[in-house]
Write a protein of this length. Structure first.
Length: 463
């Protein structure tokens, strides 16, 4: 018999070992799964595993043993039913990590979401009147109390807030913006594009690095509607730079009958300088400076859910509420529940203690060193050598560009750091870390306390 014939014969023998679909479905280990995933999905999984087995045999492999089928089917079901949106452990040290979902929610926010999600709610129902209410009323009072603004509104993100403000107040008219603030942030979001889509006309004033007050005042025309200040987000200009203060811009705008719109981007209610970071303009400061409308994010330095928040003069915010796009950009009950709970932490003066983003920013270096040393001790007991090094954490999320906080890093040397990092990402709860100089680095600042045990057992199993 030729080698070719022997190979064909061998493959046919392996094919004959493959069981029928019904035979696999009747195995005791799988019969109970039908109640969980349904008959159709279970049968589909068996067929998929059989198809994979046939493909392996065609490539020179062998059929699975008879006792392997239940395990293979269960593995396939786990793979196809695993959600694509999964929790991860952020050990990178980037606090507001855009790719990892930005701000983790506080315990109070999570509890509020669960309460509202479990049943019906007063989303658009007025209990006093016994009839229809407005979702715009939720979080409104808290935002006004915390910022000092007359009125407030919530939409689905800050880009939407900027777009809505321009569409409702400046469509068909000119908006004056410094050339130094015509920014592009993550995802290709560009301020000139937003203005174009809103129907407003962009008027660039000043130069890339220096814009003076007279640049704005000389550019005002009968078609001008507003002066707009835009946060630089994820970059910073240094050196020979000039920009008028918000108070100066506000006075100049109002003297000429224009609006002053302040896009704060990230937006903060807490003085960042208190924690050794560069001063970031607070929402309260913008309100006090006289800005007519201020927009900012809910899921960055505020530390809440993804949302765009508008605060400012009542008559202007009301025009935004009545705009046709307001319905398209509105938020749901879960976002409003999480946002209200987050704002209550500020109202009680407990934001730094309760909101994860601020807890991370305020974490003392001694606490971080102790946590990293504890991780090292645990891993040493598992035979894994690790060291504790000084390092830096980043705020991230387009907030405070270039600003870092001192931290302690768990460092693990490994000949194949990229392979280990990839293996950590494949775990049931993926671990995301940094690699520098062929070292795996894990920053305790961004690892939630309730995730520590999972982190350490995962490291012990993978490394």
């Amino acid at each position: 018999m030729s080698t070719t014939n022997a190979t064909v014969s061998d493959r046919q023998a392996e094919y004959r070992k493959l069981p029928a679909v019904d035979a696999v479905l009747r195995t005791p280990e799988l019969t109970h799964l039908a109640a969980t995933v349904g008959d159709a999905m279970l049968a589909e999984a068996v067929r998929a595993v059989l198809t994979n087995a046939r493909r392996a045999i065609a490539e020179g492999g062998v059929a699975p043993t008879s006792d392997a089928w239940p395990r293979l089917v269960q593995q396939h079901l786990e793979e196809v039913t695993a959600p694509s949106l999964r929790p991860v452990i952020n050990a990178t040290g980037v606090i507001i990590h855009t790719n990892l979902g930005r701000a983790p929610l506080s315990a109070a926010a999570l509890a509020a979401v669960q309460r509202v999600a479990a049943g019906y709610s007063t989303l658009e129902y007025n209990l006093d009147a016994g009839g229809r209410g407005s979702r715009h009323d939720h979080a409104r009072r808290l935002l006004c109390e915390l910022t000092g603004a007359e009125d407030a509104m919530v939409v689905n993100n800050n880009a939407a807030a900027v777009y809505l403000a321009l569409s409702a107040l400046c469509q068909g008219r000119e908006v004056l913006i410094s050339r130094s603030q015509l920014v592009e942030i993550g995802g290709g979001f560009r301020i000139p594009d937003v203005l174009r889509q809103s129907g407003a006309q962009l008027i660039e004033v000043g130069t890339t690095n220096r814009t003076h007050l007279h640049d704005f005042t000389h550019a005002v025309s009968a078609e001008s509607a507003a002066i707009m200040r835009v946060h630089s987000s994820n970059f910073r200009q240094l050196g020979f730079v000039t920009m008028p203060s918000l108070s100066e811009l506000t006075v100049a705008a109002h003297a000429r009958g224009l609006l002053l719109i302040d896009d704060l981007g990230s937006g903060t209610l807490i003085d960042t300088a208190t924690y050794g970071l560069a001063p970031e303009p607070t929402v309260q400061q913008s309100v006090a400076a006289g800005a007519d409308l201020i927009t900012f994010s809910g899921d960055k330095l505020l530390g809440g859910p993804q949302a765009g928040i508008v605060v400012g003069r009542t008559e202007l915010v009301e025009r935004l509420r009545r705009h046709p796009m307001a319905r398209a950009l509105r938020v749901d009950k879960l976002t409003l529940a999480a946002l209200e709970a987050t704002l209550y932490s500020y109202r009680r003066g407990r934001a730094v203690q309760e909101i994860p983003v601020w807890r991370m920013i305020a974490a003392p270096i001694a606490e971080l060193q102790a946590r990293a040393a504890g991780w090292r001790t645990f891993l040493a007991a598992q035979g894994i050598v690790a060291e504790v090094h000084t390092g830096e954490s980043a705020v991230g999320g387009g907030s405070l560009p270039g600003e870092t906080l001192p931290t302690a890093l768990l460092a693990i040397d490994h000949p194949a750091p990229d392979a280990i990092a990839a293996a950590l990402r494949r775990q049931p709860t993926p671990v995301i870390c940094r690699i520098q100089q062929d070292r795996l680095l894990f920053d305790p600042r961004t690892v939630l306390p309730e995730q520590e045990e999972t982190l350490l057992t995962t490291l012990a199993a993978v490394i």
